[in-house]
Write a protein that binds this ligand. Structure first.
Ligand SMILES: CSC[C@H]1O[C@H](OP(=O)(O)O)[C@H](O)[C@@H]1O
Ligand SMILES: Nc1ncnc2[nH]cnc12
Length: 284
């Protein structure tokens, strides 16, 4: 689990243990907390760090995904505060995001690079199986959940101008946030099925000439919904199938690596020991 704004305190795990984990991709947002829910091991990281110290563009998304993979995580469910660009997606509602438009720039958006080039497919950025389980669980917890929605990722940290907000609606975006990209891209590269359960906190600023977003409003709605999010996670744990079913994204790197074996950079390959463990790890 990756917990966003208003969820830094995490999810109440049984036998919770905080583990400092380091990554060859730099400093993660903080230690991970690992524990159990209904006998299933969950690992949690607070996206903005303890006390919300990291703005969206300073989060080390690569390190966060790398440490989750390093801890043995198999599937990533991200929880985020989102603004709504649609009347029907009201504050307090949850949205199981299924598509993204990425307007972020300058964030490290790949684990790969010179000496080890990879091109993964991102047409379906979200794992339908995981998103379906999250949707059912949130409904069991009593949330009103929209089954699909296109999330536009902006750099922030400022909220959008009204002209931008209106344009994003024209583009087909349904919700807006500052963090799901490059997080979703990196999860795919790390062969981790990813789903994002967004909690609508506001209507952004498209709804009228006086409409604005205030962070106090966002955090207040988050506070009111944080417990619902925790209950959704508990319901998810209680309803997981006895055995994890494989996802096509478990093999995202299968045909993605294009650098010839003899031309690979051994240092970069070594840094990929967790992310691409299936291929480069000790047992890969
Ligand atoms: C606190 S309002 C803006 C902030 O909230 C969202 O963060 P997260 O996705 O981590 O819940 C949004 O993306 C912004 O970073
Ligand atoms: N309106 C908004 N724009 C960007 N990120 C957000 N997170 C929550 N509400 C948001």
């Amino acid at each position: 689990m990756i917990g966003g704004s208003g969820l830094a305190a995490g999810i109440d795990l049984d036998e919770a243990q905080e583990i400092p984990v380091s990554s060859p991709f730099g400093e993660p947002s903080g230690p991970v907390t690992t524990g159990r829910l209904n006998g299933v091991r969950f690992t949690f990281i607070a996206r903005h760090g303890s006390g919300h110290v990291l703005p969206p563009s300073q989060v080390n998304y690569r390190a966060n995904i790398d440490v989750l993979k390093r801890c043995g995580v198999t599937d990533v469910l991200a929880l985020s505060a989102i603004g709504s660009l649609r009347e029907a997606m009201a504050p307090g509602d949850f949205v199981a995001v299924d598509q993204f438009i990425d307007r972020t720039i300058g964030r490290d958006n790949s684990f790969f690079g010179p000496g080890m080039v990879a091109h993964v497919s991102l047409a379906d950025p979200v794992c339908r199986r995981l998103a379906g389980m999250a949707t059912s669980a949130a409904r069991l917890a009593g949330a009103s959940v929209h089954e699909a929605g296109c999330y536009i990722a902006i750099d922030g940290p400022q909220f959008s101008t009204r002209a931008e907000s209106l344009m994003y609606r024209e583009w087909g975006a349904d919700v807006i946030g500052m963090t799901a990209m490059p997080e979703a891209r990196l999860a795919r590269e790390a062969e981790l099925p990813y789903a994002l359960l967004g909690m609508v906190t506001d209507y952004d600023c498209w709804r009228g000439v006086d409409a604005t977003v205030e962070v106090s409003e966002v955090l207040e709605v988050m506070k009111a919904n944080a417990e619902l999010a925790r209950q959704a996670v508990r319901a998810l744990a209680a309803n997981l199938p006895p055995r994890r079913e494989p996802s096509p994204f478990d093999f995202a790197l299968e045909h993605a690596l294009v650098t010839a074996p003899g031309a690979r950079d051994p240092e970069l390959v070594a840094r990929l020991d967790a992310v691409a463990c299936r291929i480069f790890g000790e047992t890969g």
